[in-house]
Design a protein around this ligand. Sequence first.
Ligand SMILES: Cc1cc2nc3c(=O)[nH]c(=O)nc-3n(C[C@H](O)[C@H](O)[C@H](O)COP(=O)(O)OP(=O)(O)OC[C@H]3O[C@@H](n4cnc5c(N)ncnc54)[C@H](O)[C@@H]3O)c2cc1C
Ligand SMILES: *[C@@H]1O[C@H](CO)[C@@H](O)[C@H](O)[C@H]1NC(C)=O
Ligand SMILES: *[C@@H]1O[C@H](CO)[C@@H](O)[C@H](O)[C@H]1NC(C)=O
Length: 671
Amino acid sequence: MASLERPHAVADRYSAVLRLLPAPLQAILRLRSAVVLGALVVVLRVVLSRSRRKSRKITDFERIARPVRGGEKTGASEYDVVLVGGGTAGCVLASRLSENPKLRVLLIEAGGSSVHNPFSRVPALYHRFFHTGYDWEIFTTPQEHAASKRKYWPRGRMLGGCSSMNAMIFHHGAPTDFDEWAAMQKGQEGASEWQYENFSKYFRKFEKFHPSKDYSLVDVALRGSAGPVNVGYFGNNSETTQHFLEACHNAGLERSPDLNTAKGTLGSSKVLTFIDSQGRRVTTESAYLTPEVLARPNLVIATHAQVTRILFEGAEGEAPRAVGVQFQDRKGELFEVRAKREVIISAGAIHTPQILMLSGIGPADHLSSFNIHVLVDHPGVGAHLMDHPVIDFHFRDKTKSRMSALSYDAQKFGKVDPAAVLKQLAYFAEYKIWASGPLTTNVAEAAAFTRSDDAGLLAKAGVTLPAPDDLEDSTSGSGAPDIEIFFTPMSYIEHGRVPFPPGHHVGVHTVLLRPTSTGTVRLQSAKPSDAPIVDPKYFATQHDITVLVRAARLVAHIINTAPFSSATLDPAGSSDTSGLLNHNLAQQSDAEIEALIRDRVETLYHPACTARMAPREDGGVVDPLLRVHGVQGLRVCDASVFPTITSGHTASPTIALAERAADIILGAYGE
Ligand SMILES: Cc1cc2nc3c(=O)[nH]c(=O)nc-3n(C[C@H](O)[C@H](O)[C@H](O)COP(=O)(O)OP(=O)(O)OC[C@H]3O[C@@H](n4cnc5c(N)ncnc54)[C@H](O)[C@@H]3O)c2cc1C
Ligand SMILES: *[C@@H]1O[C@H](CO)[C@@H](O)[C@H](O)[C@H]1NC(C)=O
Ligand SMILES: *[C@@H]1O[C@H](CO)[C@@H](O)[C@H](O)[C@H]1NC(C)=O
């Protein structure tokens, strides 16, 4: 990894060393590296062209669409269903809908494939995608209530979308999250199927659980066994993770045999992950767009094609009908395709509202300010943005594990340490040969879920709740959490962007699962290539801070509980004066902790709710069958339709949602 991180530094050092050698030897060595490099390029090209030939992913758009300016279409440009965005939900839909051979399906994705890219397949390497062409690289507006800083939001720009770069945690959320979704639909057609009792079958539908003798308390009968998505406890399980889990248990956050059942998600456990038995990340591209699926004649996938707007037709007095989309290639050339039955937008919680607004569906005054013709005034589009803020706490690791120095040591400080490079190469070999070791980690290895009104638990952490406790309960039910605390056997600052001091460190992180602050996604301009303006309005309510201060008290309690306190915490960390390490968290005042929270908040990468499923009079954008209110032939299917954010990780609910959407759509068009 180190050698990948700073190729220039490596090259510089290499040249410096070469220059010390006699000239003929220098020449030979330079020639040899040129030959090696050349051979590498040839091998890469062969591998890449092979994978390209195998897939039916198309970038020659004149074969599938009609160029807008001049030119004749040379192939079909009409499909039954046009899917916009081949991300987490989009790949599920493409695969499921094309199971019906009579439905001609076109999937349009702005990025390319990632299924052969090591950064998407090797679990620990996903952060290598950050700030690259595989990332939309969104930055929020300066956060008024969070030290006025802009926050970086990675978003996958490739097939599989964020599932190709996420932390691989498989988590349903709390069952009552989905009961709440159903209740918010106020009896519209299809509402009750969202309640957990009914919707949970879609979680099981996508899952293929691999039992493990180390987790024998998991009731296999409750897990999915025949779905395309392999999940299990395959990722790395660090010694420090064990210390954390035992400390959670001893602190009163009891071990849960399985966080993903109808019994609820309170408690602590090693997380279940989207990692297969060979130690590879499972993305929705790898799981759903298999070679068999790609070989279907009724499925076409256009990659490196960015949708710029939805096309509508309709007679006066009728609801407009979506009849296709316009998209552009990498050079900005425009194409059009038609959708006979419908268009489905699955571009994620940031870009779905952008596309809707560019197409004239959004808040009228906002659209008018850019001279965009208002097709339907929809105040809910881009409104009610919800995310999970996370606070990272850092601690020095006494075990000096291989993990706690992983990728955050010398290399990030700009000095390439040959020993570190060798270590990384050894890890890669271990990964390749045995599918084990540090690179199999999903980073966040264990988690605990709890409530900010758990008086008994907080009392153990030295917090006496006020009586009566006037803090608003924002959870989805009395058995659902609003706080998550998770553990990483290494640590990082700002998603790894800022160098971490050398040495061994672990991270304990706390997440606000049920914020009451909500934000917006707005257009920056009428140009599709301009990123939308994202403002999550972190900590606009005092509620959100109060919950996180209580959560920080729980973190302090856990780290000071055995065996974490004795076996993982390096006491030398207590004398740190940099302000980075948090060994003295328990000694800090509420005001100091609040300042730390406002300063350090980052995203847990879960934006949602920007095209909510709810009745139109409640600001909803789609109905329970995911049809956009006020138009025909248009659905939205991705995390933007979450009526409210789940109290957990958002990938699994998104996949389950897409499975349900596919069922609805296949049902609507018959066999
Ligand atoms: C770094 C990171 C870590 C995470 N960790 C976890 C985790 O451990 N567990 C978990 O449950 N969740 C996790 N999440 C969140 C989870 O992955 C997302 O909530 C989920 O994948 C969202 O799926 P989606 O289908 O809504 O959007 P996406 O997966 O983002 O898909 C949107 C797709 O649309 C494409 N697109 C956008 N605009 C256009 C356009 N104009 N034209 C064509 N295509 C377009 C994008 O390129 C993308 O492929 C993480 C996310 C990130 C980024
Ligand atoms: C919901 O699930 C219950 C129990 O499985 C079942 O009896 C009921 O028919 C389902 N309702 C719908 C609308 O599918
Ligand atoms: C995980 O990594 C640690 C430390 O690098 C190692 O000791 C352990 O064996 C690994 N565990 C698995 C399950 O691969």
